[in-house]
Design a protein around this ligand. Structure first.
Ligand SMILES: Nc1ncnc2c1ncn2[C@@H]1O[C@H](COP(=O)(O)OP(=O)(O)O)[C@@H](O)[C@H]1O
Ligand SMILES: [Mg+2]
Length: 502
């Protein structure tokens, strides 16, 4: 039988053609709300699935009700109208990941916001990913040095920990987190800063600070400013966590700052109300705790079998009128492994960073400190707490006796030591040197006004001391010779400041 030319090729195509049902489904917009659409006719759509509107705008499936699904816009909803078609893509929310993101500013979908062209990435990860199982985790034992003395000495943060930074507006929360990022300049930790609902100018200031004082090339910014679609603001922390997890899962170490989760809770509530989910306490939907628990569970120290990487989180939360026991703050406090509480009163009194020693806690703390720092910072918390209490009393009358005067003098020096301007990180070695000198009483003879100079001078002097070079590289064992060398150097620094040597 003669065969027609091309018939074999046609047969081959028929044999390999996919005849199964196609995933493409088209629904229609029934109703529009601010940044959200109620869509019918897409019964097969999955949560977090991306859909395309007739205008070309994209959105994702936020919730599923009986007949309608709720889709949050990821692009401006301009031109969208009821009756228009909506098409499934079958793809879930995802974000580009990889080294190509270093030094970049992107939106939660990986679109560039820095005018440097598309990000170079060959891989994408879904925005919602499961947290590591318990068996995949290891203890949090290694420090993330923030360079901020009050944190590193009193509320140390470990690799894999979640430490909340919480306080009123304008009390230096962002400043603390940015200082922590800047201090990673010469470490193996990559930083990811996520901005959720902040003013664009505030975000620009953070990026400028890192460019100027830190290492921009080892920092990634994921930004959904206040003006961005609610869907983008909702997505930002999840997408950014996937970006950081890519680093963690390769045995690397990442630090992620969520600025801030109060605003994220607000956008979650906004979308839930538009989607007509039943409002619960303070009108937040019932899953608000789970939302942030599943997000922060993804920060972890991984076991050696999983590569030993880590993801450390510094979520930020804003409170009003000092009310730490409001709904969202208590949720976040109970999810995190500790909190650094910033106080408006301390900030106003020029104690900056305005960390409230009494309310702050790190539930990992000393276990994650470098051994030398743990030893050197031993008594400072109690000394400082006693000083703060005594200061209150001594205000009521001059009944301070000699011992009390000495305690007050010591406390004033601790207070001065812990007052640290922004962008003046203190190395772990310098922190240890300062605290050892403090404990030895070397600072008592120094005028309080000179403590800041001492803090600045300590680092270079200690780093230049040959007898301390091994300890500087691994400040774990604070033995007698090391202590002697630290004190010797600190005495020299103090003498050069022009104070009488004790
Ligand atoms: N340690 C500090 N020393 C001096 N000024 C600070 C310090 N920390 C923060 N500030 C200033 O205080 C203001 C508020 O800080 P910011 O971090 O934006 O507060 P928040 O994030 O809590 O709203 C900023 O202008 C910042 O520069
Ligand atoms: Mg802030």
């Amino acid at each position: 039988m003669p065969t027609l030319p091309g018939l074999d090729a046609l047969h081959a195509r028929i044999d390999t053609a996919a005849l199964g049902p196609q995933a493409e489904e088209t629904g229609r917009i029934e109703e529009l709300a601010d940044g959200l659409a109620h869509v019918s006719g897409l019964p097969g759509a999955a949560l977090n699935e991306i859909v395309t509107f007739a205008t070309g705008a994209q959105g994702f499936v936020l919730s599923l009700a009986e007949d309608l699904i709720q889709v949050a816009f990821l692009d401006p909803m301009e031109g969208a109208e009821a009756g228009q078609s909506v098409t499934r893509t079958g793809a879930l929310l995802s974000v580009p990941v990889g080294e190509g993101l270093l030094g970049r500013v992107i939106d939660p979908l990986g679109r560039p916001l820095d005018g440097l062209g598309p990000v170079k990435a060959t891989e994408r990860l879904e925005a919602e990913r499961p947290a590591p199982e318990i068996i995949e985790r290891d203890y949090v034992t290694e420090p993330v040095a923030t360079g901020v003395l009050v944190i590193d000495a009193l509320f140390a943060v470990g690799r894999g920990q979640r430490e909340l930074i919480i306080g009123e507006r304008g009390t230096g929360k962002t400043a603390l987190a940015v200082d922590a990022i800047i201090n990673q300049k010469n470490t193996d930790i990559i930083s990811v800063y996520v901005s959720i609902g902040q003013r664009a100018t505030a975000v620009a200031r953070v990026i400028e600070a890192v460019r100027e004082k830190g290492d921009l090339a080892r920092t990634i910014f994921v930004v959904a400013p206040a003006a961005a679609e609610p869907g983008l603001r909702w997505l930002a922390p999840f997408a950014a966590t996937s970006v950081a997890e890519w680093l963690r899962d390769r045995g690397g170490h990442a630090l992620i700052v969520y600025d801030d989760l109060t605003k994220h809770a607000a956008v979650h509530r906004e979308l839930a109300l538009l989607a007509r989910q039943p409002p619960g306490r303070e009108a937040y939907p019932g899953d608000i705790f789970y939302l942030h628990a599943r997000l922060l569970e993804r920060s972890a120290k991984l076991s050696a079998a999983r590569g030993g990487g880590s993801l450390t989180a510094l979520p930020i939360a804003e409170i009003e009128a000092g009310n730490l026991s409001a709904y969202i703050p208590t949720n976040l406090i109970s999810i995190a492994d500790g909190q650094i509480v910033t106080s408006a009163a301390l900030f106003a009194a020029n104690q900056r960073p305005a960390v409230d020693i009494g309310l702050s806690v790190s539930r990992v703390g000393g276990k994650a400190q470098a051994g030398g720092l743990r030893k050197a910072s031993g008594g400072i918390r109690l000394d400082y707490a006693q000083y703060l209490e005594m200061k209150m009393f001594s205000r009521f009358g001059g009944f301070a006796d000699g011992a009390m005067k000495a305690r007050l003098a010591r406390g004033e020096r601790i207070s001065a030591l812990l007052s640290q301007p922004r962008f003046e990180p203190v190395s772990t070695l310098a922190q240890i040197g300062l605290l050892v000198a403090l404990g030895e009483g070397l600072l008592d003879a120094l005028p309080v006004e000179q403590i800041a100079d001492l803090r600045r001078a300590a680092g270079p002097a200690l780093a230049a001391e040959p007898a301390l070079s091994a300890f500087a590289a691994a400040p774990d064992r604070l033995d007698a010779p090391t202590r002697a060398a630290l004190l010797e150097t600190m005495r020299g620094v103090i003498a050069r400041l022009g104070a009488p040597a004790p």
